[in-house]
Design a protein around this ligand. Structure first.
Ligand SMILES: Cc1cc2nc3c(=O)[nH]c(=O)nc-3n(C[C@H](O)[C@H](O)[C@H](O)COP(=O)(O)OP(=O)(O)OC[C@H]3O[C@@H](n4cnc5c(N)ncnc54)[C@H](O)[C@@H]3O)c2cc1C
Length: 410
């Protein structure tokens, strides 16, 4: 007979761990099952490109989202190392790779995303970094490598470059675009990251990529040949929509579509984390994000909704990245801004960038500095201002002064 859960959480990544806790806070008795292709209980991925990568004393259990006892203590059943192979929405059931069927009352579809891979002669030997197992493998291989080529200077490629330099690995970072962190809509931040990578001794090369590799040499599109025995692809991710799409869930420009509460048109199915493409209520646009706190917060939100506490998901996005000594925090939607103001010291660097619309409304914020503790009050302030759609028209003169103290906007 098929196993039956009141709440079935598919994916078992970051968002599922937080969703399970939020459900249990509100529903003490409902049965909860988590199905994950990963063989670990839910964990937080950010350390994989930072502390975990340079510290062999850390184990995967150190980055678990919840203590191992949390699941048995709360009657949450884990099905690990098992893939969901098909969803039948009319029967409200999922077919798993171990041959079993699981039926559900309510379903969270949180299958996250998969790293993209490049295709060139020799590309099959390149590694990616997504799972705990990837992290363990990279941590074991990189120090033994004479030199590593990282393809893609987004935040993961940039972070890994900086982290590997901290353990004395020779790193070349290739970026096809014209700057590191090309997706970050803040020119001074991109420049600060590049300076930091250079300071750490990373060989950064923009406008270039790999066209061929063997076990010792990497050939670039520019014709340059680099001696390297390990190649990491860090060229973005694609959302795992296939299962949902085959089951008739609507796929938008990115992921599985949902309303502003993160519920899909199927009244029994919610989405969270990387996969969710939802009607964002503050901007009135469809939105998705591949960020840790987005996965955590949407997981918590959806858990509450599934347990009967339905409401709109109204959160100002929060993305963070650490590159060497730099702590980078982004709030809101700077990509929607018409203009921006840079305040502080670009040389140090310790600066903020405030993003506003033509009508003076603040829409985004970026902060870059070494002193990460100083960032909390500034970022909290901008969370409030962006969430309220604060009109800064009367403060634009102040914002033009680079030494203006942003905290005085409180
Ligand atoms: C190395 C690294 C560093 C990062 N650093 C940062 C950072 O500094 N700041 C930041 O904001 N974000 C960071 N992120 C991004 C953040 O970790 C992700 O956005 C977040 O993990 C997404 O959570 P999720 O629950 O949507 O998906 P995931 O955590 O990816 O979980 C999805 C789960 O679904 C499982 N799955 C997939 N298909 C199936 C199937 N068919 N059946 C069963 N299970 C399946 C997968 O195995 C996986 O366990 C980082 C990511 C990585 C990889």
């Amino acid at each position: 007979m098929a196993k039956q859960y009141d709440y079935l959480l598919l994916g078992g990544g970051t968002s599922c761990g937080y969703a399970a806790a939020a459900i249990r806070d509100r529903d003490k008795n409902g049965s909860i099952g988590i199905v994950s292709a990963d063989n670990q209980p839910p964990y937080d991925r950010p350390p994989l490109s930072k502390g975990f990568l340079k510290n062999p004393d850390l184990s995967l259990s150190d980055i678990h989202s919840k203590d191992e006892s949390f699941y048995p203590d709360n009657g949450i059943e884990l099905h690990l190392g098992v893939r969901c192979e098909a969803l039948d929405r009319s029967a409200k059931s999922a077919r798993l790779s171990d041959g079993s069927e699981v039926s559900y009352g309510k379903l969270l579809y949180a299958l996250g995303s998969t790293p993209r891979r490049l295709d060139y002669p020799g590309s099959q030997n390149a590694v990616v970094l997504r799972t705990g197992a990837d992290g363990e493998s990279l941590r074991a291989k990189a120090p033994a490598a004479k030199s590593v080529v990282i393809v893609g200077a987004g935040y993961i490629g940039s972070e890994v470059s900086a982290t590997l330099r901290a353990v004395d690995v020779e790193v070349t970072l290739l970026e096809l675009g014209d700057s590191v962190m090309p997706g970050l809509p803040s020119k001074p931040t991109r420049a600060a990251v590049r300076d930091e990578l250079e300071r750490l001794g990373v060989h950064v090369q923009e406008g270039d990529t790999v066209v061929e590799a063997d076990s010792t040499l990497v050939t670039c599109r520019s014709g340059r040949v680099i001696s390297a025995d390990l190649v990491l692809h860090a060229v973005g991710v694609k959302p795992n929509v296939e299962l949902g799409s085959s089951a008739g869930l609507e796929v938008g420009n990115w992921g599985i579509r949902a309303d502003s509460t993160l519920k899909t048109p199927d009244p029994s199915i919610w989405v969270a984390g990387d996969i969710a493409e939802y009607a964002e209520p503050i901007t009135g646009r469809d939105y998705h994000a591949e960020h840790h706190l987005h996965a955590k917060w949407t997981g918590e939100h959806v858990g509450a909704c599934m347990a009967g506490d339905a409401r709109e998901y109204r959160k100002v996005p929060y993305f963070f990245s650490d590159v060497g000594r730099l702590s980078i925090i982004l709030r809101g939607w700077p990509e929607l801004a018409d203009r921006s103001f840079v305040l502080g010291n670009l040389e140090e660097p310790a600066f903020s960038e405030v993003f506003v619309k033509n009508d003076g409304r603040v829409i985004g914020f970026v902060d870059v500095r070494e002193d990460y503790k100083a960032q909390d009050p500034i970022c909290d302030l901008f969370e409030r201002l962006i969430g309220e759609g604060a009109d800064l028209s009367s403060r634009l003169r102040d914002l033009e002064n680079p030494s203006f103290d942003v905290l005085s906007l409180a």
